[in-house]
Design a protein around this ligand. Sequence first.
Ligand code: FAD
Length: 537
Amino acid sequence: MLRLNEIKLPLDHAETAFVDAILQRLGINSDELIGYTIARRSADARQRGAITLIYSLDVEIRNEAALLQRLQGIPHIVPTPDTSYRFVAHAATSESRRPVVVGTGPCGIFAALVLAQMGFRPIILERGKAVRERTKDTWGLWRNGKLDPESNVQFGEGGAGTFSDGKLYSQIKDPQHYGRKVLNEFIKAGAPPEILYVSKPHIGTFKLVTIVEHMRATIEALGGEFRFGNKVDDIEIEHGRVRGLTVNNGTQIDAQHVVLAIGHSARDTFQMLFDRGVYIEAKPFSIGFRIEHPQSLIDRARYGAHAGNAILGAADYKLVHHCRNGRAVYSFCMCPGGTVVAATSEPGRVVTNGMSQYSRNERNANSGIVVGITPDDYPGDALAGIAFQRHWEERAFELGGHNYNAPAQLVGDFIATRASTQLGTVEPSYKPGVSLGALDSSLPAYAIDAIREALPAFERQIKGYSMHDAILTGVETRTSSPIRIKRNETYQSLNTQGLYPAGEGAGYAGGILSAAVDGIKVAEAVALDMLRGMQAA
Ligand code: FAD
C-alpha cells in the first residue's frame, strides 16, 4: 500500500474527490486503482473563509512496486508504514507468578490488557468501584453535594479520564506506534472507528464507560482478575526489592512485579510510598481556573461562516501567553460543548475539571486557564506540592460556601478587580453550583496577576475571549502529578526493584493516550523481566 499525504480538499468536497485526487497525484488510470482508506484527516482553518481538509490516504494499486520506483523522490508519497503491534513476549504455560497492576485508569487497564494478552494473568487492584456504580457516586457529588472519597471523578474503574472529554491525542513521540494499538483496542471495545483517522479524536464520557466495561471483560476472559474496593495501603520492600502489597481489607498479596498506575490524586498512597522510602521527586505542574464561553462564540471565532459545520464539529482552541512576571499562562484540557465538573476526591476541598459527551453539543465551551509552577513555588520535601494543592483546594471550598459549590467570577469583573454579584449571559455549568464573588484570594498573587494579564491578550487570538460575561470557576489544581516516582531504563523504581511506577501519577504521562501508551511499555518491561527470571530459575 502507498500512503499519499497532504491531499487538500475543500470542506464541502464530494466523495468522488478522493479518487480524482489519487489518480491525479499518482498519474494513473482508474483501472489501476484497487481501493483506498482514509489514514488521517485534519482541518486547516487558518483562513476562515477557505477552510480546507487535509487527508492522508492509504491507496492500493496494481503494480505498486513499479509505480513507487517511478515516483521516487516525489514528496508526500511513501509506502504505508507498518503500524501493527507485536508482543515482545509470551508467558510459558507453566507460569504461575502473577504480576499485580494497581489502578484501573488508562495506564493500568492497558498494562493489564497487554500482560493478559501475553499470557501473564494479572491481578488488578482498584480502590474504587466498578464503573457503573462509580458513575452513580460521581453524580452524587454533582447533584447532591455528597462526596464519596473512594468513588468519584478521580477514583474507580476507568480512572480519571472516565468522566472527561475523552480526547485521545497527545504530543508524545511514538515511533513504535503504541498509540495505534491503544486506538485499535478502544475500537474493539466500542469506540467509533473514526478515532483512527481524525486528527483530534475524542470519545466523550458515556462511550468511555461502556468501553471500560468491555475491556474489563476482555482482560478477565484472558485470565486477569479485577478486585474492586481494594486500596493498596502498604508495600513490603526487602533488600531494595518489592515482596508484597497489603490491601485495605487486610489481605496480603505476594508480588514480585507491581505496576503502580495510581493516577495523580492518590495522595495517601504517595505518602505511604514516601514513608517506605521509595524514591520520589517533586515536579512542576500548573494551577488556575476553568473558563466558560458560549460555544457559538468559539465556533465563530475559529470557523467564521463555517461555524456549525458537521465535519468541523464544535471548535476547540489552544492558547498560550508569556506574562511580564515570567509566568506562562495556557489553555489546558479544552472541552468543546461540554461542562465544568467537580473533580475533588477529598472532603472539604474543591477542584474543577472539564468533560463532554461524544456529541459535544452543550451550550458552553470550557477550558482550564492555568499557570505553570515549579517546586520553587512550594519548597519542602518531595510531597510539598500536595500540601500546596490542598491549601488552595481548601480555600476554594471556603470561598464556595463549604458545600462543594465552587467560587466563580465573571471575566469582566475579574479583569476590573471587582467582585461579581450577578451572572450575565453565560450560565455556569459546574454542579452542584457556583458562588459568585472575587477569585483574587483563591490562588497565589503571581497566578492571579498572570491570568489577569493573559485573558485580554487571548482576545487578540479569539475575538470575544475576554467578554465580560464569560465565567471563571476555581480552582484547577490537578493538572498533572505534583511528583515523579522516578524509574530507570527498565521502567523500575530507581531504588525499588520490581516496582514499576507508571502513567500520570508517577509523572510519566499526561492524558489518556499517553497514560495508556505508558501502560503498554511498562507491561512489556514487566513481561521481559518475568521471562528473564523464568530462564534464570
Ligand atoms: P488515573 O486515570 O488517575 O487512574 C488511577 C487509578 O488508580 C484510579 O482508578 C484510582 O482509583 C486507582 N488508585 C489510586 N490509588 C490506588 C491504590 N492505593 N490502590 C488501588 N487503586 C488505586 N485526558 C485526556 O487525554 N483527554 C481528556 O479529555 C481528559 N479529560 C479529563 C477530564 C477530567 C474530569 C479528568 C479528571 C481528567 C481528564 N484527563 C483527560 C486526564 C486523564 O484522565 C489522565 O491523564 C489519565 O486518566 C491518567 O491515567 P492513569 O491511568 O495514569 O491514572
